[in-house]
Design a protein around this ligand. Structure first.
Ligand code: NAP
Length: 452
């Protein structure tokens, strides 16, 4: 008998639907079918592959509201976020549909002959997705991988499989051949691990916790298998006294409480120049109390619940160790709610300052000068994102260059744009996704020499 997982709406704690979990035999069969499909998919003419990806994008576009509604119910995302996320899948497909016809190799001058390079697809790519952004993270993997001529097996997080399953159906509706993109709902310890150990999977794209990511990397090493890791974060939002403090305070809640803080790029540490600390905190408190924390079925909700009872318990564990300086609101009754919470910290050794809480909790600390701000920001095992608020452009650039993280924004909190590379330093990850070069990360560069 097939095991089932009951998907639960985190805002109401009510069951949504039962989803069958893929077992080991089912995973092996899907990988074998994807391997067979690879031989045909890589031979599809580049223009035709591009057209199929554009058609896939159009079908996703026609289902943005349906996909968004699934994410509101499955993951507790707000409508605004969920529509953006479905649109991001469409945009990635459109963007990478330009790649198949532009996978240019090089002609390299050498003595005695002609030398050419080719970008050859890898084969079957395994994409492992976490529960916090089920749609975009899936698309960042499968869109460039398919464009480069690979087939994809994709494992959504066990608790948030609904949008990925629907996107798999939409791929077939758009005319992608069977087994080119296969969605396998199931457990990480079964399906995810099999991507790592199966010899026909030639690359694993893993997004998730640093702890599991290290195990995935060690497993891939056994077969010298390519791996991309997008892991945790503890990003700093650095506010200088010369910044537009009102704008910095008004935007700071969205930089950390978006998606209830379950965001790898959350600016969960705020560093404020000491001379501006009181003014910033006063504006920040006002902005946090104005945040609309509501059941996300309400279109005006700006923050929903945590994804699961387990995640709420984990976040509450951090809050139980500290005094909350101020907090926003949360609904009463059912749902995995935690109010957006602000904690002030003196000692950088505190757990709440060092560890990724992955919930609506932010720790704030003052700093003395630019060098102190950079040193405190870099005093972390992580290095994913960060923001710098200042009116001095030179300082903005200087600090952005000095912070050890993959994605910095000056006077903005944006991290992810499909046009630009995304990924982490240190324990936040390995490799880059998105941007113009992403398809190349799903290829082997082959060199061919022809003697004259
Ligand atoms: P997780 O527990 O590491 O799980 C991530 C994915 O890995 C899930 O699909 C999980 O399956 C699967 N998995 C678990 N054990 C596995 C194993 N032994 N082998 C292969 N796959 C396995 O992480 P999470 O709690 O879902 O996600 C939160 C974390 O993701 C945070 O640390 C966050 O910062 C990080 N994240 C990073 C980025 C980025 O781009 N840097 C983006 C988003 C999230 P199950 O669901 O079945 O356990």
């Amino acid at each position: 008998m097939t095991d089932l997982f009951t998907v639960v709406n985190p805002a109401t704690e009510q069951p949504v639907v039962d989803v069958p979990l893929t077992d080991l035999a089912g995973t092996d069969a899907a990988i074998a079918a994807a391997h067979e499909a690879f031989q045909r998919w890589r031979a599809v003419a580049p223009g035709e592959r591009a057209a199929l990806l554009r058609r896939f994008a159009a079908v996703v576009d026609a289902h943005v509201d349906e996909l968004a509604e699934l994410e509101v119910r499955n993951a507790g995302h707000t409508w605004g976020n969920a529509r953006w996320e479905a649109g991001n899948v469409r945009d990635c497909l459109n963007y990478y549909s330009g790649a198949p016809e532009r996978m240019f190799g090089k002609q390299i001058p050498v003595p005695g002959g002609t030398d050419l390079t080719f970008y050859e697809p890898l084969g079957v790519v395994g994409v492992i997705v976490p529960w916090n952004f089920p749609m975009p993270i899936a698309g960042w993997g499968f869109a460039p991988a398919l464009a480069a001529g690979n087939t994809v097996v994709l494992k959504p997080a066990e608790i948030t499989p609904l949008t990925a399953l629907r996107i798999g159906e939409l791929a077939l509706e758009a005319g992608l051949p069977e087994h080119v993109l296969t969605v396998l709902p199931g457990k990480g310890s079964v399906v995810g691990e099999r991507f790592v150990t199966h010899e026909l999977v030639r690359k694993v794209v893993f997004t998730g916790s640093t702890e599991v990511g290290k195990r995935v990397m060690a497993g891939c090493a056994e077969q010298v298998k390519a791996v991309t890791l997008e892991l945790g974060g503890k990003s700093a939002n650095i506010v200088f006294a010369d910044a537009d403090l009102a704008a910095a305070a008004a935007s700071a809640p969205y930089a950390v409480f978006d998606n209830a803080g379950q965001d790898c790029c959350a600016r969960s540490r705020i560093l404020v120049e000491r001379s501006a600390y009181d003014e910033f905190m006063a504006g920040f408190e006002k902005a946090v109390s104005a945040l609309r924390v509501l059941d996300p079925s309400d279109e005006s909700s700006e923050m929903g619940p945590l994804v699961s009872a387990g995640q709420r318990a984990s976040v509450q564990g951090y809050l139980d160790e500290v005094d909350v300086t101020f907090a926003g609101s949360r609904p009463d009754g059912a749902g995995y709610w935690i109010a957006p919470s602000v904690v002030t910290v003196d000692d950088p050794a505190e757990r709440i300052w060092r560890e990724e809480v992955f919930g609506p909790v932010v720790a704030v600390m003052p700093f003395d000068d630019e060098a102190d701000a950079v040193a405190r920001a870099n005093d972390s095992d992580y290095g994913l994102s960060g923001s710098i608020y200042t009116s001095d452009l030179g300082r903005g650039l200087r600090v952005a260059r000095a912070v050890e993280a993959g994605n910095l924004s000056v006077n903005s909190h944006s991290s992810v744009r499909y046009w630009t590379p995304f990924g982490g330093y240190k324990e936040s990850g390995l490799g880059r996704e998105l941007g113009p070069d992403a398809p190349l990360a799903f290829t082997e560069e082959k060199n061919v020499f022809i003697a004259h």
